[in-house]
Ligand binder design. Structure first.
Ligand code: NAD
Length: 480
């Protein structure tokens, strides 16, 4: 076994410090099941020290001119790009994204978010005037204060940059608590911020789990806002815990996206949808996991999806190439196995994959790309977020039927539509209940927001909306 990286430090008040008193946790490489690093899980004293540092830094940072804050962010982007290989290495070892994908997509998502925020900030109006010229009310956008940023493991840099960068631009000071399962890339990110020379206390990082540092941040009297990405279960706990302090809570939670494929869809629609579902080993909240297919092309679509699953190579994240890697942990692997078994038990037709490890594999948390056909929308696999490479195909008769099935979920993150009929696209864009709708393979334009409704949470991340999320608005009258 290679020597473990010792990462038992937190970044507080502009320095790397030893934890006050903490338990150790090993970070496990999901491709090998071997530990790669050891981190500390912080406790109340560490949380308090980080919040106190952020509180001390707030008056200075919130009064730093916006152009100066933007300069820091430009510097962060340069250093982030220079550290790309280190960040990719960390992501591959902590959560199992294949090496090529880590650098090409995972790390890249962070740099493009930083760039998009730089662009959006240029257009951001801190002061907006309202009412008649002689009696105007000025709406002023102001920093919130100390914010806690709690992130998951599946797209670490995507989620961290979507929170840290707008919070910095807004003038807030912050404590980041990354997922304890995948903390390494965030620690490299903290080194990037350190090198950028931010004033001490503006950005702090404390590792810990949800019940410890996560909850301590959520209830801390000096934390004004919690920006959380993760499971719906934890989102509910956080909302409850934050209620006593009436804190602002921004939640990005799970999803169960429907992909509506009509008979007139382009010929690549099914391949594109199946690949998207398996991408990142199915560990994306916006994955199109329910493929709704119009009856006329149903049998052909099932055959095509089966073929995509069988051609999707599964291999170690350390190998080069465009395969998918393992899922993040033993716990996730077991949860996915249970859900696949439930699909079989509840009567869905298994056409590819299934339970157990892929052929020839005897270690690592690898899941077989799995396709179920003849799924009914009330089955567990159609209602629960699986977070693995598992596609459920559901037939529909007509547009009305498709909308009814798509909306029959408590989640509401992204829905997808594939049809050549423009009128139909316009109707569906309105009728589908979700924060985002993506049609005919076109993804969101850079700088637009990411966010959902219902049990997917109602935060808005990215672009000017993502900056507003980290600010309070104040209506000032009599100021000309
Ligand atoms: P998780 O909810 O278990 O953990 C996420 C983070 O919250 C971790 O840092 C964890 O330590 C912390 N946490 C857990 N319980 C907490 C509590 N009670 N109080 C405070 N902090 C707590 O989620 P996960 O397993 O890391 O991530 C997977 C989930 O994230 C999936 O459900 C996925 O859909 C969701 N997700 C959503 C989006 C989105 O933008 N909507 C993006 C990515 C992932």
């Amino acid at each position: 076994m290679a020597e473990l990286l010792d990462k038992r430090q937190f970044y507080i008040d502009g320095k790397w410090v030893a934890p006050a008193a903490a338990d150790d946790l090993k970070v496990i490489d999901p491709s090998t099941e071997e530990p790669v690093a050891v981190i500390s899980l912080g406790g109340q004293a560490d949380t308090d020290a980080a919040v106190a540092a952020a509180k001390r830094a707030f008056p200075g940072w919130s009064h730093t001119p916006p152009e100066q804050r933007l300069e820091y962010v430009r510097k962060i982007l340069d250093i982030y790009k220079r550290r790309a290989e280190d960040i990719a290495w960390a992501i591959t070892h902590e959560m199992g994204a294949p090496a090529d994908m880590s650098i090409r997509d995972q790390v890249e998502s962070g740099s493009s978010h930083i760039q998009n925020f730089i662009d959006a900030f240029g257009e951001f109006e801190f002061v907006r005037r309202h009412g008649p010229a002689d009696a105007q009310t000025v709406i002023s956008w102001e920093p919130i204060g100390v914010v806690a940023l709690i992130t998951p493991w599946n797209w670490p840099m995507n989620q961290v940059t979507l929170k840290v960068i707008p919070a910095l631009l807004a003038g807030d000071t912050m404590i980041l608590k990354p997922s304890e399962i995948a903390p390494l890339s965030s620690m490299v990110f903290a080194e990037v911020l350190d090198e950028a020379g931010l004033p001490p206390g503006v950005f702090n990082l404390v590792n810990g789990d949800g019940q410890g540092v996560g909850t301590q941040l959520t209830v801390h009297p000096d934390v004004e806002m919690i920006s959380f990405t993760g499971s719906t279960r934890a989102g509910i706990q956080i909302s409850r815990a934050a209620a006593d302090g009436l804190k602002k809570v921004a939640l990005e939670l799970g999803g169960k996206g429907a992909n509506l494929i009509f008979a007139d869809a382009d010929e690549k629609a099914v391949v594109r949808g199946a690949r998207h579902c398996f991408y990142n080993s199915g560990q994306s909240c916006n994955a199109p996991t329910r493929m709704l297919v119009q009856r006329d092309i149903y049998d052909k679509a099932v055959d095509t999806a089966k073929e995509v699953a069988e051609k999707t190579a599964v291999a170690s994240a350390h190998e080069a190439g465009r395969h998918i890697g393992p899922v993040v942990s033993k716990q996730q692997w077991e949860k996915i196995q249970d859900l696949i078994q439930k699909g079989i038990d509840e009567g869905a037709r298994l056409v590819a994959g299934g339970t157990g490890l892929p052929e020839g594999v005897n270690r690592g948390y690898f899941v077989r790309p799995t396709v179920f056909a003849d799924v009914s929308n009330d089955m567990t696999i159609a209602q629960e977020e699986i977070f693995g490479p598992v596609l459920s195909i559901i037939p529909f008769e007509d547009e009305e039927d498709a909308v009814r099935i798509a909306n029959d979920t408590r989640y509401g993150l992204t829905n997808y539509v594939q049809t050549q009929d423009g009128e139909r696209r316009n109707r569906l864009a309105r009728q589908l209940r979700s924060g985002m709708v993506e049609m005919n393979g076109q993804s969101r334009a850079p700088g637009s927001f990411f966010g959902g409704i219902g049990r997917s949470g109602r935060a808005r991340e990215g672009g000017i909306w993502g900056i507003e999320e980290f600010m309070d608005s104040k209506a000032i009258s009599g100021w000309h």
